[in-house]
Design a protein around this ligand. Structure first.
Ligand SMILES: O=C(O)C[C@@H](O)[C@H](O)C(=O)CO
Length: 272
């Protein structure tokens, strides 16, 4: 199995709390992006002290209360399945703070991390403030929920988006990369992909490759898998009959998403 592909682990942490993924720099060599998925049974609690990290908590499914300091945000979360395809609620928590999540219903949360030094205010990102964007044409259509885009100053480093790609379409396509810290031409952003499929037995193909092909891996991602993109182009192809969902976390030295398409495939965007 590719070293860039992670299967769900399902490690029980405490009563009602299961860690599905715990992607840290120690196993991935990622310097800027960390990622967790946690399953919570109704009534269970999950908490963390953020040492030197900022975190965006995304209520993937179910309802949760999130408490940080004096603030408690109640009944967050808008959907029972990500495939309802509506935006959800998230909370941004700055570095060196504590947060606690209580599951009001059975819930599934994503925790998106990046190192951070500057303290920023904790912020509720309500579902109705999430920008919805339709990109592409022909078989390159996808829908994007911009939870933490680069023009939103809520975070120091984190960028977070959800992407839906319908049956027989491609996204993160034409292949693009953002692995050079060389603005204004390109930014360096590491990235993770957390994948879900509808129906669940579906799969997608994701290729991660560089111009010189020193990295060139094509993976089959199944429901619940994470693909790690340390660098390179990273397109996703969705087979007929299945809808793909993925949650992207990106971070790097500068909080700017400036990518370049693979020149060989750039014509795809320029079609009439
Ligand atoms: O537009 C898309 O297809 C989504 C991608 O941009 C995805 O969010 C990504 O690759 C970010 O670098």
């Amino acid at each position: 199995m590719s070293h860039l592909l992670r299967k769900p682990q399902h490690v029980m942490k405490s009563e009602g709390v299961t860690i599905v993924h715990d992607i840290t720099g120690e196993q991935t060599n990622l310097e800027y992006v960390g990622f967790k998925v946690v399953d919570l049974e109704r009534g269970s609690f999950y908490g963390e002290q953020l040492n030197g990290l900022e975190c965006c908590i995304v209520a993937l499914t179910g309802k949760v209360n999130i408490q940080e300091g004096e603030e408690t945000f109640e009944n967050l979360g808008t959907r029972e399945s990500v495939f309802e395809q509506k935006p959800t609620d998230s909370v941004y928590v700055s570095n060196n703070r504590n947060f606690n999540v209580k599951a009001v219903t059975d819930a599934h949360i994503a925790l998106c991390y990046s190192p951070s030094e500057e303290q920023l205010p904790t912020k509720l990102i309500k579902a109705d403030s999430v920008g919805v964007e339709h990109r592409g044409k022909y078989n390159n259509k996808r829908k994007v929920h911009n939870i933490l885009p680069d023009d939103d100053p809520t975070a120091n480093s984190l960028l977070v988006v959800e992407v839906y790609t319908e049956s027989g379409n491609w996204s993160s396509y034409p292949p693009h990369k953002h692995d050079q810290d060389h603005l204004p031409e390109e930014s360096f952003l590491e990235e993770t992909y957390y994948h879900e499929m509808d129906p669940q037995q579906g799969f997608v193909f994701q290729r991660v490759y560089t111009d010189d092909r020193s990295l060139d891996e094509t993976m089959t991602a199944e429901n619940g898998d994470v693909v790690i993109v340390p660098k390179g182009y990273h397109p996703v192809g969705v087979p007929d009959g299945y809808t793909s969902y993925y949650l992207n976390v990106m971070a790097g030295p500068v909080r700017k998403w400036k990518f370049n398409n693979d020149k060989d495939h750039e014509w795809i965007v320029n079609r009439d």
